[in-house]
Design a protein around this ligand. Structure first.
Ligand code: SRM
Ligand code: SF4
Length: 555
């Protein structure tokens, strides 16, 4: 049978027939082979779990006629990236016992564990639950981990804003008890009376994932325009404090589907605190109804906005919201703050932001022992840990008496201070790519240190070693490290080649343009060299590389 565009995808059928995300998961997780069926793979995503295989040994195993090295990735949703010392210790323990020994901080302030075996999934979910954490809803066709600028959590004087990411996560988490039944409490959970699922999810949930971020009103560390829905604190002349809401962003593209593209979110309206959740629910309902459920690659909300036009989308939202939408209050976001280094918070306590490097928390033999340092800090001090949308970690709420001890711990574990970092390294991001990501076309995280060193070398040679240059690298055009809005975006094209995007920027309000295709990684520094030289000579005072590139339209 040929699939016509109007027919729902197989994934829609799986969701609809799953009895609210249960399917056959219970049985498949209990026994059978080290992998799960295709249907269960899809449902597992809603529970925060991805079926993967170790791609480093895929070929050799296939050639030898052996089964693949099946592993799972679990993503823990951490609203706003905020963790207590006890929660960090629980994650640390899980990382050693059940996963591959690393803790991977993500570009959405979540945590991932790689290399988990099927039999480890339930114990892992159980441990998370003990410390009030969950992987449920971290993936799947639902509202994903809500991202917020850490400064709003630690420094905001408005309690509502401090708690906003957690509140949004709680409100929009699916209501089904499936996760607790299958992974945590078994029969106990099954006996509980289940609440009906949210009306905006229904039986088939959303057409695809939905991402929300809350930006600082002054700077864009969360890449708010890359989100399905962004909230930016603003003040309305008559109504007072609230948010400008932006909608319709998303960065993923596919080489196989020419009509996929990256898009930045547009301002939709202004809402007060009391109106935020109602407005989000109306946007979700619009997306639920109008999103394309016949093509997964074109099912994101940005295509509803782009295809039907923004005015039409706005009308649809207003209709479901039940009131006319106000004009958005104008906003003006500055360059992203990386939140690194020592700072004093408004309450007089201290915070230190640590560069993690592609988000991978681990101990390096004869090098930085970040994992041990964080473990000791969490054991000895009552602090708040915050994961940033730049894959870094902040140790926050440090009392004056503890400051020196924490600094000493960092030094003795060779954790590098920001003064020791090159400025390319300081803001570079990379997605995990190989060997775990099933969609990777090329390397990313594993090659990042090398390309960063080379590009930093070019910057130093052109006499601009002390200037900021934002470089982001991904193993495919899905864009998990957001290269589509970076000053320098390196995007995997084939196993050995990359497309080079230039001219995004630190404000995150401009898409980068494709500069050259199918470059070998080692060719990229030389391609950048003449541009960096021109930037030095022709750039205006304090003009960033991205701004310069766009102003002169370097051909
Ligand atoms: Fe992503 C899929 C990793 C942020 C766009 N992403 C994946 C998967 C699950 C691969 C898969 O589907 O099999 C990757 C897991 C690899 C692995 O081995 O761990 C993956 N994405 C990541 C993370 C871990 C990258 C990182 O370096 O931190 C980020 C986890 C975020 C989180 O905690 O929830 C991550 N992904 C993003 C972002 C950035 C963001 O959200 O701010 C994007 C671009 C924004 C957007 O959504 O448009 C992004 N990921 C995608 C896409 C493209 C979706 C699309 O619109 O077509 C895919 C592919 C898919 O969903 O089928 C994808
Ligand atoms: Fe995988 Fe592509 Fe995302 Fe990298 S950008 S993690 S290769 S899906």
């Amino acid at each position: 049978m040929t699939l016509t565009r109007a027919e729902p995808t197989a994934e829609e059928g799986i969701k609809g027939a799953s009895n609210f995300l249960r399917g056959d998961l219970s049985r498949e997780l209990t026994d059978g082979p080290p992998k799960v069926s295709g249907e269960s793979e899809h449902l597992l995503k809603f529970h925060g779990i991805y079926a993967q295989d170790n791609r480093d040994v895929r070929r050799e195993r296939s050639l030898a006629g052996e089964t693949l090295d099946y592993i799972f990735m679990i993503r823990v949703a951490i609203p706003g990236g905020r963790l207590s010392s006890a929660q960090w210790l629980a994650l640390d323990e899980v990382g050693s016992d059940i996963a591959d020994g690393t803790i991977r901080l993500t570009t959405r302030q979540a945590v991932q564990f790689h290399g988990v075996l099927k039999r480890g999934l339930r114990p892992l979910a159980f441990s998370l639950d003990e410390y009030l954490m969950t992987s449920f809803g971290a993936c799947g066709d639902v509202v994903r981990n809500t991202v917020i600028c850490p400064d709003l959590i630690m420094n905001s004087h408005d309690e509502r804003l401090r708690a906003m990411a957690s509140q949004i996560s709680k409100t929009f988490k699916p209501k089904t008890m499936a996760h607790w039944e299958i992974f945590v409490n078994g029969e106990l959970a099954a006996k509980r009376e289940e609440e009906p699922e949210h009306e905006f999810y229904g039986q088939t949930y959303l057409p695809r994932k939905f991402k929300i971020a809350i930006a600082h009103p002054g700077e864009n560390c969360v890449d708010v325009y890359a989100q399905d829905l962004g909230l930016i604190p603003a003040r309305h002349e008559e109504l007072g404090e609230g948010f400008t809401v932006v909608v319709g962003g998303g960065l993923g593209r596919s080489y196989a589907d020419a009509d996929t593209f990256a898009r930045l979110a547009d301002p939709l309206t202004f809402v007060t605190y009391d109106e935020v959740e109602g407005l989000i629910a109306a946007v979700l309902a619009t997306y639920r109804d109008l999103g394309d459920r016949s093509r997964r690659k074109r099912a994101r909300m940005k295509y509803v906005v782009a295809d039907g036009g923004f005015a039409s989308f706005r009308r649809e939202v207003a209709q479901r919201y039940g009131a006319a939408l106000r004009e958005a209050v104008a906003i003006d976001l500055d360059d992203a703050d990386d939140h690194l280094g020592w700072r004093t918070l408004d309450d007089g306590s201290f915070q230190v932001g640590i560069r993690v490097g592609a988000g991978r928390v681990r101990d390096v033999a004869d090098g930085q022992r970040l994992r041990s340092a964080l473990r000791l800090i969490a054991q000895q001090f009552d602090v708040t840990l915050l994961i940033t949308a730049q894959q870094d970690i902040l140790i926050s709420g440090i009392s004056g008496v503890d400051r020196d001890a924490i600094q000493n711990l960092l030094v003795t574990h060779h954790v590098r201070a920001i003064e020791e970092l090159g400025l390319v390294e300081r803001s570079a991001l990379a997605c995990p790519a190989l060997p775990t990501c099933g969609q990777a076309l090329a390397e990313a995280e594993r090659r990042l240190p090398n390309i960063v060193e080379q590009v930093q070398g070019e910057m130093n040679n052109s006499g601009q070693g002390k200037r900021r240059l934002q470089l982001r690298m991904t193993g495919c055009p899905n864009g998990c490290a957001r290269p589509a809005v970076a000053e320098v975006g390196i995007v995997g094209r084939t196993k050995t080649s990359y497309d080079l995007y230039l001219g995004g920027g630190l404000r995150g309000d401009r898409l980068a343009t494709l500069y050259q295709e199918k470059l070998k990684l080692e060719e990229i520094p030389a391609v950048l060299r003449p541009l960096l030289d021109r930037w030095k000579v022709e750039g205006l005072l304090d003009e960033s590389f991205g701004d310069f590139f766009n102003r002169v339209h370097v051909a």
